[in-house]
Design a protein around this ligand. Structure first.
Ligand SMILES: Cc1ncc(COP(=O)(O)O)c(C=O)c1O
Length: 342
């Protein structure tokens, strides 16, 4: 049974499975002392250049929390969107591991903007007040919208001007790159991002994310922080081999292009149903739509999805590398039939 519930409801792309199988021969050094890890690091350097440090971790929460931990001390604050995964979907792991206060800015499109961030940088040097240290953004956002390179550069210049760092949660970075039609580096490293969580799981991997440190001053203690944070995978080669495959033969791009195209198709078809209202720009692989409450449950039986906002019945429909056109057509036909009976 397929669904629109989440891009991590999907399975593993066959090319990733083959890579896992290839890594499952013989013995290999543990904790990253293996050829798969060296090759995956080389692959990342092809995209981002040589002057970076890459650390593989198990999951997205781990990548974010350890990245933020690297950038902060416990008297700092982290400015993010109120909807940010770090603010609403990582329990209190960011607060526990960093000790910092998270300042969530209300958002209607999932993004935060330079002027509203700057207004939150307050009472600098005042010992009584949390000291703003990091701006954290998600690319693509939790609303599946995508920051332009200029919006990221504007945030980075506010960060630099105020002695803050810019962190990017790139759980869906491949969808953002495809949407922007840009190289990864153009809207991360070259736009002033200091630390990036590079996602693999939502784009066809079984598990695994990478923390990429662009600012060389910051990587010094990361390996200790990763161990302390319980994210150092002993059989590291099974993360690295997946990344090597994802970054080879444009697999990341093929998967994200397909997922984004399916979301676009879903949006276009749902727009034909007058009772359904699309609420967000469909930049990445998700569609947000207000669906009549009376038909939601029946429609969830066709393809499961989550209600994102109970008060408005705004729903989140996520597409994956393996979403099929026929599934969208069947879903929309069902939505039309249910709506016409209202
Ligand atoms: C924006 C965002 N960041 C990070 C993550 C990673 O979360 P996890 O720790 O479940 O891998 C997710 C997953 O839902 C996400 O949507």
């Amino acid at each position: 049974m397929k669904s629109f519930a989440s891009d991590n409801y999907s399975g593993v792309h066959p090319e990733i499975m083959e890579a896992l199988s290839r890594a499952n021969q013989d013995h290999a050094g543990s904790y990253g002392a293996d050829n798969f890890t060296s090759k995956a690091i080389e692959k990342f350097k092809e995209y981002f250049g040589n002057d970076i440090e890459i650390f593989f971790v198990y999951n997205g929460t781990g990548a974010n929390v350890l990245g933020l931990r690297t950038l902060t001390q416990s008297f700092h604050s982290i400015i993010c969107s109120a909807l940010a995964h770090i603010n609403v979907d990582e329990s209190t792991a960011p607060e526990l591991f960093t000790g910092c206060k998270l300042i969530g800015i209300p958002t209607t499109d999932g993004k935060i903007y330079a002027d509203e961030v700057e207004r939150r940088i307050q009472r600098v040097g005042d010992q009584h007040h949390p000291q703003a240290r990091v701006i954290s953004i998600s690319q693509s956002t939790e609303y599946s919208t995508v920051y332009t390179t200029d919006e990221i550069k504007a945030l980075s210049s506010i960060a630099k001007k105020n002695n803050l760092y810019l962190h990017m949660d790139g759980a869906r970075i491949s969808n953002a790159a495809v949407s922007l039609g840009k190289d990864f580096a153009a809207f991360t490293k070259d736009a002033g991002v200091d630390i990036l969580s590079f996602g693999g799981t939502k784009n066809g991997m079984m598990f695994g994310e990478a923390v990429i440190v662009f600012n060389p001053e910051l990587s010094q203690y990361f390996s200790y922080i990763r161990k302390q944070g319980m994210q150092l995978h002993s059989k590291m080669r099974f993360i690295s081999a997946q990344f090597e495959a994802l970054l080879s033969n444009d697999l990341w791009k093929r998967n994200a292009t397909h997922a984004n195209a399916m979301a676009k198709k879903l949006e276009q078809e749902l727009m034909q149903v007058p009772q359904i209202k699309i609420t967000q720009s469909v930049d990445g692989n998700g569609v947000f739509a207000i669906i009549p409450k009376q038909i939601t449950e029946a429609l969830q039986h066709e393809m499961h999805f989550y209600v994102w906002n109970d008060s408005t019945n705004e729903c989140r429909l996520m597409c994956s590398f393996d979403t099929k056109e026929e599934e969208i057509e069947r879903f929309v036909a069902k939505a039309k039939a249910l709506c016409s009976a209202l």
